[in-house]
Design a protein around this ligand. Structure first.
Ligand code: IVH
Length: 678
């Protein structure tokens, strides 16, 4: 206890415990102290230091945020220049780099077939140089132009991931050690920061790198401290008093021993094939990393070979950045169009001058809703930054205000639906504006029909959007029930249709007549009723007529149905035209098995959780999922101790391995089918 020891001893103890906790959290990624306990230790240390100011030292964790705001940063000349990397944008460029490296080494009479490369991530942050003198952090500087940067030591000291003192337990602690690496903001922190900015009505940051740059260049270190920056090392600057490890991977291990964070995702690979494998593996995991990267870096692993290869102008010949296709690009916004969805929601969509981003050409980006357009202040004619990450719908990150044409008008939602001319209304507290036209609105009608026919609903094969456009525009089909009146002749007369494709659609409709109650309810497209609510309703009431005549109170008895959903359902069936469509569908022969009502969600898979992995021999993953869910089971994305069955197909990978490790029952498709009919 504190009282049993001298204040000096207690202070030392507290500093050790805090440094250890930082080390576990930032270096080992293994938090050992709850935040509250960490804060308690920190407060105790602050109190002790306030009582005994003579005990305060520069490396005390309380001194991370020291001094006051300055007016400008001092310039700082780097002891060794901070270089940059050449980029490879495709495999051919990586191959050319490898060939140059092998050639260079062969000329230096190095015997080798394949070069050994250290592969690591290319972090999307800011390069900094950390200078430790006699084990203590003495300077933190930005890269600047590579020769001269800015002295941001006061801010760097607030980054808890960066040790103020090197660990003495490393083999050798050099007298001077400059560590090069990247300061970053993690994605979660970036989102939190933008939430705070929004709450304060202040401008949001467009990406984590800009946010990190903003945080690092704050004149008041207290602000930097609030923004929880992180750091990963990737190299060395000047060093005195120790010799360099023989390989880059040894160097990184040594930095870890000194207490410097190094990202776990790194590998030593043989030749270019190993490098490309690393690239693919990282590309797959990219979205799930907690921070942004924009590629990977390959570096000749041996220091001796690095020296043989040397530099060309300002970049090394021994390393290259293999970049991912850019996820952000600048283009022009040529228009804002309004799309009308199935429930009448009006979505502003940006029409863009075509731009290549994230590996594809993008011409549209969603603007979500009116508030979003206002918040980002997007106007027609603006130069905008477009982002496309993975399979995500492209979005506009920000506009470049300096390039705005004069008199660009502020966007407003139209008062009338651009498709049917009905009034547009926006409920209080809702971000979405809606067309009031309902099924009078051709856009809503088309979307409703497409939803009705979609795979998870009645699954009508061959009914695509081009066909639905024609059927609605020519007044052939108004409601889903009209679909079942279509004959081969009428369909074959339409554009892009022939006898055979028309017959396929009719056959698809015939098959769709036999369905299940959950699918039918879902197909109706009732607002706020997704697949799982449809299933719950079907199980609870057993019969469609019971749902149609249910009061809001009765609907509230269904598990997971709250007042908003109950009101939506009741409102839908209170409209006579909706009840008529249901009747016409039944008259057209659409049918499903009905059952007695059950209270608990039934099905033999109730409460059972499945994970599907690999390629199944006959079932598409989506179908297997639907079958399991129809039987009341849940399908999860990852294996845990809560998983009951893993359904494994061909090429099942890590999920299968995890299931085996956890002792989860593993079945194949045939066994699943058996379980389903038992
Ligand atoms: S090595 C002499 N490794 O990319 C080699 N750089 O264009 C110097 N970067 O300014 C850099 N991750 O900001 C290296 N694993 C990594 C990196 C990395 C990000 C940045 C760094 C540098 C730029 C190089």
């Amino acid at each position: 206890m504190a009282s049993a020891k001298s204040p000096a001893q207690r202070v030392r103890r507290l500093r050790d415990e805090i440094a250890q906790a930082d080390n576990n959290y930032y270096l080992l990624d293994r938090p050992t102290l709850p935040d509250a306990e960490y804060d308690r230790l920190m407060r105790e240390l602050q109190v002790l230091e306030a009582e005994h100011p003579e005990l305060i030292t520069a490396e005390s964790p309380t001194q991370r945020v020291g001094g006051t705001a300055s007016r400008a940063f001092r310039q700082s000349r780097h002891a060794a220049p901070m270089l940059s990397l050449n980029n490879a944008l495709n495999e051919a460029e990586v191959a050319a780099f490898d060939a140059r490296a092998r050639d260079g080494l062969a000329r230096a009479r190095e015997e080798l077939n394949e070069v050994e490369y250290a592969c690591e991530l290319k972090f999307d942050g800011l390069a900094v140089n950390l200078r430790y003198e006699n084990g203590e952090l003495a300077l933190g500087a930005t890269r600047g132009d590579g020769a001269v940067g800015e002295d941001v030591t006061a801010n760097i000291r607030t980054i808890r991931a960066i040790p103020l003192r090197l660990h003495a337990r490393a083999r050798v602690v050099p007298t001077v050690l400059e560590v090069r690496g990247e300061v970053m903001m993690f994605k979660r922190e970036f989102e939190r920061l933008n939430e705070r900015q929004r709450a304060k009505d202040e401008r949001e940051y467009s990406n984590p790198r800009n946010a990190a740059a903003g945080a690092l260049r704050q004149l008041d270190p207290r602000i930097t401290a609030e923004r929880s920056l992180r750091f990963f090392a990737y190299g060395l600057g000047e060093m005195q008093g120790a010799s360099e490890p023989p390989t880059h991977s040894d160097l990184l291990d040594w930095l870890v021993a000194l207490g410097i964070p190094v990202a776990r995702e790194r590998e030593v690979a043989n030749g270019i094939a190993g490098c490309l494998q690393f690239y693919q593996a990282v590309a797959q995991r990219r979205a799930s990393l907690p921070y942004e990267i924009d590629g990977v870096v390959y570096r000749v692993n041996s220091r001796a070979q690095q020296q043989l290869l040397g530099f060309v102008s300002r970049a090394p010949r021994f390393a290259i950045a293999h970049k991912f296709p850019a996820q952000e690009a600048v283009t022009q916004l040529v228009g804002i169009e309004i799309q009308v969805g199935r429930t009448g929601a009006l979505t502003p969509v940006a029409r863009l001058a075509p731009v290549f981003v994230g590996g594809v050409t993008v011409t549209n980006a969603t603007l979500h809703n009116e508030d979003e357009v206002r918040r980002k202040d997007v106007r027609i004619g603006d130069t905008v930054i477009v982002r496309r990450a993975g399979d995500v719908i492209p979005e506009i990150v920000a506009v470049v205000p300096e390039r705005r044409p004069p008199n660009a008008p502020i966007f407003t939602m139209p008062a009338l639906c651009p498709v049917c001319g009905s009034h547009v209304y926006r409920e209080e507290g809702e971000a979405v504006a809606r067309c009031t036209g309902g099924l009078v609105c051709a856009a809503q009608r088309k979307q409703a029909l497409l939803h009705f026919a979609s795979r998870r609903a009645l699954d009508v094969e061959g009914l695509g959007d081009k066909l639905v456009d024609q059927l609605v525009d020519q007044g052939v089909v108004a409601t889903p029930a009209d679909l079942f009146k279509l004959g081969v002749g009428a369909l074959a007369a339409l554009d892009r249709m022939a006898e055979k494709s028309a017959a396929n659609v009719v056959a698809g409709l015939a098959r769709a007549r036999t369905t299940t109650l959950p699918r039918f309810i879902y197909a109706l497209g009732i607002r706020n009723v997704g697949e799982s609510t449809a299933r719950d309703l079907a199980h609870h009431f057993g019969k469609l007529d019971a749902i149609i005549s249910a009061t809001e109170d009765e609907l509230l008895q269904v598990s997971d149905v709250g007042p908003i959903v109950a009101a939506s359902i009741a409102r839908f069936f209170s409209e006579s035209h909706n009840r008529e469509v249901v009747e016409q569908l039944r008259a057209a022969g659409v049918h499903w098995p009905e059952s007695a009502p059950t209270r608990a969600p039934p099905g033999r898979f109730a409460t059972k959780t499945f994970v599907i992995t690999g390629t199944l021999p006959t079932l598409k993953r989506e179908d297997a999922k639907a079958m399991i869910e129809d039987a009341g089971g849940k399908v999860a994305g990852s294996v845990s101790t809560k998983t009951d069955y893993v359904v494994a197909g061909e090429d099942a990978g890590s999920k299968l391995a995890k299931a085996t490790a956890l002792g989860v029952t593993i079945i194949d498709e045939a066994q699943l089918q058996k379980l389903l009919v038992q």
